[in-house]
Design a protein around this ligand. Structure first.
Ligand code: ASP
Length: 448
């Protein structure tokens, strides 16, 4: 049994729905289908979810919302008519939006209901379309699928007991089309996962029904070894482990929602990233363990937007509780850190720029100075991180040397190096302006 999830670009218009229909029809093992809301049809287009958020915002704040409403309904109506489905489906979407507007839900809950319309409507349209292809398909609401969650402002969290109910879906006949991105609380309130969260639904269903494979259909042939906007036609990755994927998506690979890996990872379900526009391409498999071969680096990921706070204090290594006090300050200021490479007398704390506003920075620096009595505290913005990722690195001699030589040749100064204890990745902190050069040079060193 397979779970297949189709992302926004796979359902952007009627033509894409048709491709999805063909893919599902082709393989009778594709029993559980998870869908996103229609995404962008071209670069300057809008994602339905973004339009729904704008609609919800305008409605809740009593601003003009009609134009969003019309754009959303037009998009769905076009898909429905081009697929030659009954017009009644469009009417149902309109009614659903109106009933949200007439409800007395409070802001966050109402907003979640608006956001969920995209996935919900995609699932209803797709199941109706599959029926016209002669398939025994039906729409299953996430509540009936057993997706019970806890509401959280950073995105709903699945209640582990849900897996039992989800397992029972196996008993149902035919193809089940389930909207991604939302679940329900025990009190029956609709709650959405974080953005991009249809991947989370796919992974939860795959884990719950104990699928043999979780296929994640998107618009690329494979996960590439490096960002294709930096290197043209980069190497396609055939097999990745969950840990490698996690490291790559952490540092900017946006193929997969990284939180989504957790349920599939825990249940050891293999994941395959495939292309709706080229389904015969093999794609990239993501598995728990793989055989290590001589290609020990699988990918190079990089991301900008980091800040480092450097603290030095003579004899820091002997001062009991120094680390605890430092991290407690960050916790009290509600800031999480990414890495903390350290020496005997100094430490750098790497934080995402989005977490550290200028105001927050002054508060933290002041508290570090007063409460830790360091010799120096300095802040460096414009930091980029490059991760060289591969499980095989721990077995291979000379990897760091290859990487540092490549960075040297690209005339890039390394501000910091960190190799996590798991040795799945090597991290280099550099100034953002050298990122392009550095990534290119590392790619040449490891892949060409
Ligand atoms: N439609 C939602 C979003 O745009 C969820 C998803 O596409 O996975 O975030």
């Amino acid at each position: 049994m397979k779970v297949a999830k189709f992302g926004g670009s796979s359902l952007a218009d009627a033509n894409q729905f048709q491709k999805v229909g063909t893919i599902i029809k082709e393989d009778p093992n594709r029993k559980f289908i998870i869908v996103s809301a229609p995404g962008k049809r071209h670069e300057h287009d809008f994602k339905i979810t973004d339009l729904l958020i704008q609609l919800g915002d305008a409605f809740i704040n009593k601003e003009k919302y009609k134009s969003y409403y019309i754009t959303i309904i037009d998009r769905f109506s076009k898909i429905i008519s081009e697929l030659k489905l009954p017009e009644q489906l469009t009417k149902e979407i309109e009614d659903q939006i109106k009933s949200i507007m007439e409800s007395d839900l409070e802001y966050d809950n109402m907003m979640n209901c608006f956001k969920a319309i995209g996935e919900d409507s995609s699932a209803k349209i797709l199941s109706a379309y599959l029926q016209t292809l002669g398939l025994d398909a039906k729409y299953v609401n996430p509540k009936d699928a057993g997706i019970i969650v806890k509401n959280d402002k950073n995105g709903a969290q699945l209640i582990p007991e849900s897996f039992e109910a989800i397992y029972n879906l196996r008993e149902q006949e035919g193809i089940l089309v389930i909207p991604g991105f939302f679940g329900y609380t025990e009190d029956g309130i609709l709650a959405t996962f974080s953005r991009g969260g249809s991947d989370i639904t796919g992974s939860i269903i795959a884990a719950g029904v104990k699928a043999n494979l979780y296929e994640n259909f998107t618009d690329v042939n494979a996960v590439y070894a490096v960002n294709p906007s930096i290197i043209k036609d980069p190497v396609e990755i055939k097999v990745l482990t969950y840990r490698e994927m996690r490291e790559l998506s952490y540092a900017g690979f946006s193929v997969f929602h990284d939180e989504a890996l957790i349920p599939a990872f825990n249940a050891q379900i293999p994941v395959c990233i495939k292309n709706t526009n080229n389904p015969s391409a093999k794609g990239t498999m993501i598995v728990a363990n793989k055989e290590l071969n001589d290609k020990c680096v699988v990918g190079i990921a990089s991301d900008t937007g980091f800040v480092s706070i450097y603290i030095s204090k003579f004899l820091m290594n002997r001062e009991l509780g120094f680390g605890r006090k430092l991290f407690q300050i960050l916790e009290e200021e509600n800031v999480s850190f990414e890495h903390a490479p350290s020496g005997i007398d100094d430490m750098s704390i790497i934080i995402r720029e989005s977490q550290l506003t200028e105001d927050k920075e002054s508060i933290i620096v002041e508290r570090f100075k007063n409460e830790l009595q360091p010799d120096t505290v300095t802040v460096h913005r414009d930091l980029a991180l490059i991760m060289v990722v591969g499980e095989g690195m721990k077995e291979t001699i000379g990897m760091a040397q290859t990487a540092t030589t490549a960075l040297g040749e690209a005339k890039v100064n390394i501000e910091m190096i960190n190799q996590g204890s798991s040795e799945v990745s090597m991290m280099f902190g550099i100034k953002s302006d050298g990122l392009h050069r550095a990534t290119k040079s590392l790619y040449e060193a490891f892949f060409e």
